[in-house]
Design a protein around this ligand. Structure first.
Ligand SMILES: Nc1ncnc2c1ncn2[C@@H]1O[C@H](COP(=O)(O)OP(=O)(O)OP(=O)(O)O)[C@@H](O)[C@H]1O
Ligand SMILES: [Mg+2]
Length: 367
């Protein structure tokens, strides 16, 4: 089940340009609102220097990075929650994603139409957030309409518990706050998840700067305004220039590295965004290494060894016996599995082992 982040924002802020950089595919990125009508999905490799290092050590026949999906969604406008623009359709497309990547225009260009006629990142972000908020409020009100009576008349335990949650959620949304800030216990978290609320999803802001701005974002007033706004809600901002990322995505790996070195940065804005999307979802990576294949696998923080084995194949989980585990740092230092064994750094772990980010795993199983 791939994890996906939906790219949202006002029309014409650079969503499709960023998406093109993501997929290198030819999604239309034209200079007019509503250029995108169908949601589009792009799959990216999650850059991981640990895999690059394993490849140096094992020289495998195959190298596989873990992946992440982005969905390009057409521009939302004021009133989207009431069906303005292509409102409801787009909101329902975001509902199916795991995280939201909110693109905000932070570049001046008189030739590129702005639906609100001026560049103002905080106002723009608030327009989108309000629409997401109103859409959630509708969901919550519909749900209240369905169970309020039941909770009062039958005193049904589940209905009463759910009403208690809804009665805290509604005023919060009415205040304009996102559902993700509500404090909930484990049972409530399950109910909340079932609503698929837009403002409950983790959000990352993307400040889409011009090429000059991206060289030193902290010197850019638009960027600083957005960072201040985002941090007041505990959200992070990734600075990038979508247009430059699109150009970068056409280069091969060496050319790209050379280009980034010239700019004096280690990784592209897009790579940072992918990594951030991965981390806001609490995703971790375990590795498998050998002469046939070096590969990164995604798992959720806290997962135990048999479940991680199941990420590779359901048979690995069913027939799980034990896992042989060493740390990436150990192979990085010692450069062979033989040396790891000699040094006593290979561990045998059972079914209760909580797998850690950066573990290199060999699963032993019975079929
Ligand atoms: N960082 C940037 N600097 C300058 N121009 C940019 C930048 N990012 C995008 N653009 C330009 O802005 C225009 C609109 O971009 P794009 O089509 O990606 O917007 P969009 O958000 O997908 O719009 P829509 O909601 O209509 O689909 C394009 O002409 C694109 O080249
Ligand atoms: Mg678009």
């Amino acid at each position: 089940m791939p994890l996906t982040a939906g790219i949202v924002g006002l029309p014409n802020v650079g969503k499709s340009t960023l998406f093109n950089a993501i997929t290198k595919s030819q999604v239309e990125a034209a200079n007019y609102p509503f250029a995108t009508i169908q949601p589009n999905v792009g799959v990216v490799e999650v850059p991981d220097a640990r895999i690059d290092r394993l490849v140096e050590i094992f020289h495998p026949k195959k190298t596989i990075y873990t992946t992440f999906e982005f969905t390009d969604i057409a521009g939302l406008v004021k009133g989207a929650s009431k069906g303005e623009g292509l409102g409801n359709q787009f909101l329902s497309n975001i509902r199916l994603t795991d995280a939201i990547c909110h693109v905000v225009r932070c570049f001046d260009d008189a030739n590129i139409t702005h639906v609100e006629n001026s560049v103002d990142p905080v106002r723009d972000a608030e327009i989108i957030n309000l629409e997401l908020n109103l859409a959630d409020l509708q969901t919550v009100e519909n749900r209240i309409g369905k169970i309020e009576k039941k909770s009062k008349t039958t005193k049904d335990k589940d209905a009463v518990a759910e009403m208690a949650l809804l009665n805290r959620l509604k005023p919060l949304l009415e205040e304009g706050k996102p559902a993700r800030v509500l404090e909930v216990d484990e049972d409530e978290a399950i109910i909340l998840k079932g609503y698929n609320l837009l403002t409950a999803k983790p959000m990352i802001y993307v400040a889409n700067l011009d090429e000059e701005g991206v060289m030193d974002p902290s010197a850019n007033a638009y960027y600083n305004q957005l960072v201040e706004y985002a941090s007041s809600q505990n959200n992070e901002v990734v600075a990038l220039c979508a247009k430059m990322e699109e150009e970068l995505s056409e280069l091969d790996k060496e050319e790209k590295t050379a280009f980034l070195n010239e700019l004096g940065v280690d990784s592209s804005g897009l790579d940072l965004l992918i990594q951030k999307a991965y981390s806001v979802l609490n995703l971790c990576t375990f590795l498998t290494a050998g002469e046939d294949e070096c590969r990164a696998w995604t798992f959720k923080k806290g997962m135990k060894a048999p479940d991680c084995a199941g990420v590779i194949h359901t048979d690995f989980k069913k027939g799980f016996i034990r896992a042989e585990v060493y740390r990436f740092e150990d192979i990085d230092e010692l450069e062979s599995e033989h040396a790891i064994k000699e040094a006593g750094r290979l561990r045998l772990e059972g079914k209760d082992y909580v797998v850690q980010d950066g573990d290199v795993m060999h699963f032993r199983f019975n079929v």
